[in-house]
Ligand binder design. Structure first.
Ligand code: SF4
Length: 406
C-alpha cells in the first residue's frame, strides 16, 4: 500500500545530524523524547517552561524530518535548544547486526545497552513495507513452538525502545534507498505489526503511547488499519487496549480447541477460548468495518488435520475473522515440523469452503532466521528458561555475522 493514505508522505531523507548505532542507551538519566506521545510531550515542554506548541515542533523535527540532534532544530530558539540538551535526549539503540535475506526481508539486532538485544524485521512486499516490532526482551509465555520463548524473558521495553525500532528502521531503509539512487519521499514502512519478540499486551503501559505515536499525524501517521497488535490472548488487556486506542487486532490462535491450545499456547489455561472469543467480540463490538486476524501456525501432524479445520470453522463461525495460515519455520531443537504443502493447501481449502476468509502467508526471510517465530535476540534471561533448552542463541544458527552492514 503506498504511503499516500497517510500524512507521512512528506518524510524527508535522513539528516546528517542523525546519529545512528551509537553504543547503547544513554545512561544520562535524561528524559527520552521517543517515550512521549503528543500529550505527554506537551506536558513535558510546559514543565520545562516552554510553550505547548514546542511539542508540535519537536514531533515534526523528530518524526517528519528525522532529526535527533536538538542543534539541528533551527526553528527552536537557542535557549530552548539548550534547555532540551540539558534535560532531554532522543535515544537510539545500537545496530548490532543488520542483514538482508535474498527475498529482501531485512533483520536488525538492536542492542539496548544493558546486555540485551532485540530483533526487528522489515518485510517488503510490492508497495507495502511491514515492520515487525518487538515489545519485550524475550517472552515469558512459553508457547511451545516459538524460538523467542526458548530464550527466556528479561524485561518489558520502554515506549522509547518500541518507537526507536520504528524510527531507526525507517532511517536505515531511507538511507539504503538513497544509496541506490532512489529519492522517494514516501516512507518505506506502510504497516507496523507488534509481532516481534514478546507479548505486547503484557506491556500495555508502554505499548499504548507507542501506538499513539505510530498513528499520530505529527509522528509516523499510520492509519489504524495499518497498525496491528498481536496477542496470544491476554483477555483483560484486550479490553483495556480497545478502550485506550483504536488499532487492528491479531490473535495468535494456533489451535481450535482448549485441549490442543493448552499445549501450544500455555496462556490458554488462564484465558480459555470461550473467554478469548468473548473478548474478540467485545473488540469488534458490532462495528461492521472491524475484524480480527487469527494467526494459525501450521505444525505437521499437530494442528493441521481435517478435523482441526472443521473445529476452526466451527469456532469462528459467524465471527468477522480473517485467518492467516503460517507455515511453521523450524529452528534447531524446535520439536515440530512444518506442515507439508498439500496439508496446508487442504486446510486452506477447508476453511475457505467453511466461509472463512483465509490467507496462507508466504514464508519470508528464512535464510536469516527472520521468519515468524524465529526471532530470538540476545537476552539476559531472568527466567532461567534457557537452561531448559539447548537451542542455539542468535548468531549460532546460520546467521552470518559478516553480513552485518553497519
Ligand atoms: S509466540 Fe509470542 S507470546 Fe508465545 S512465546 Fe513466542 S513471543 Fe511469546
Amino acid at each position: 500500500m503506498p504511503q499516500s493514505d497517510t500524512s507521512s508522505t512528506h518524510i524527508l531523507k535522513p539528516m546528517s545530524a542523525v546519529v545512528e548505532g551509537k553504543a547503547g542507551w544513554s545512561k544520562s538519566g535524561k528524559t527520552n523524547l521517543f517515550s512521549l506521545n503528543r500529550q505527554a510531550l506537551e506536558q513535558y515542554v510546559v514543565s520545562l517552561g516552554e510553550k505547548p506548541y514546542r511539542a508540535r515542533q519537536l514531533l515534526q523535527w523528530i518524526y517528519h524530518k528525522g532529526a535527533i540532534d536538538f542543534e539541528a532544530m533551527s526553528d527552536l530558539s537557542r535557549s530552548t535548544r539548550q534547555t532540551l540538551s540539558e534535560h532531554a535526549a532522543i535515544e537510539l539503540p545500537a545496530v548490532e547486526f543488520d542483514s538482508t535475506a535474498s527475498d529482501g526481508t531485512r533483520k536488525w539486532l538492536f542492542g539496548l545497552g544493558d546486555g540485551n538485544s532485540i530483533e526487528t524485521v522489515y518485510i517488503p512486499e510490492g508497495n507495502r513495507g511491514t515492520l515487525c516490532v518487538s515489545s519485550q526482551v524475550g517472552c515469558a509465555l512459553d508457547c511451545s513452538f516459538c524460538a523467542t520463548a526458548r530464550q527466556g524473558f528479561n524485561r518489558n521495553l520502554t515506549t522509547g525502545e518500541i518507537i526507536a525500532q520504528v524510527w531507526l528502521a525507517r532511517h536505515l531503509l531511507l538511507k539504503h534507498r538513497l544509496s541506490e539512487g532512489v529519492d522517494s519521499k514516501s516512507s518505506p514502512i506502510t504497516n507496523v505489526v507488534m509481532m516481534g519478540m514478546g507479548e505486547p499486551l503484557l506491556n500495555l503501559t508502554c505499548l499504548i503511547p507507542a501506538l499513539d505515536l505510530m498513528m499520530d499525524d505529527l509522528s509516523f501517521g499510520l492509519s489504524k488499519r495499518k497498525v496491528t497488535v498481536s496477542t496470544s490472548g491476554v483477555v483483560p488487556a484486550i479490553d483495556k487496549m480497545t478502550a485506550a486506542v483504536d488499532c487492528s487486532l491479531a490473535v495468535s490462535l494456533h489451535a481450535p480447541t482448549d485441549t490442543l491450545r493448552n499445549e501450544l499456547v500455555p496462556l490458554n489455561r488462564k484465558y480459555p477460548l470461550r473467554e478469548l472469543m468473548a473478548a474478540c467480540r467485545r473488540y469488534v463490538d458490532g462495528d461492521r468495518k472491524k475484524h480480527v486476524f487469527f494467526e494459525y501456525v501450521m505444525l505437521a501432524g499437530v494442528n493441521d488435520q481435517p478435523k482441526h479445520a472443521r473445529q476452526l470453522v466451527s469456532l469462528l463461525d459467524g465471527f468477522p475473522a480473517k485467518v492467516n495460515l503460517i507455515p511453521f519455520n523450524p529452528f534447531p531443537g524446535a520439536g515440530y515440523e512444518r506442515s507439508g504443502k498439500a496439508a496446508i493447501a487442504r486446510f486452506h481449502q477447508m476453511l475457505t469452503a467453511g466461509g472463512l476468509l483465509t490467507l496462507t502467508r508466504a514464508t519470508r526471510g528464512d535464510d536469516i532466521d527472520a521468519a515468524c517465530g524465529q526471532l530470538a535476540g540476545d537476552i539476559d534471561d531472568r527466567s532461567r528458561r534457557q537452561n531448559k533448552f539447548s537451542a542455539p542463541r542468535f548468531g549460532e544458527s546460520g546467521f552470518d555475522k559478516s553480513e552485518a552492514s553497519t
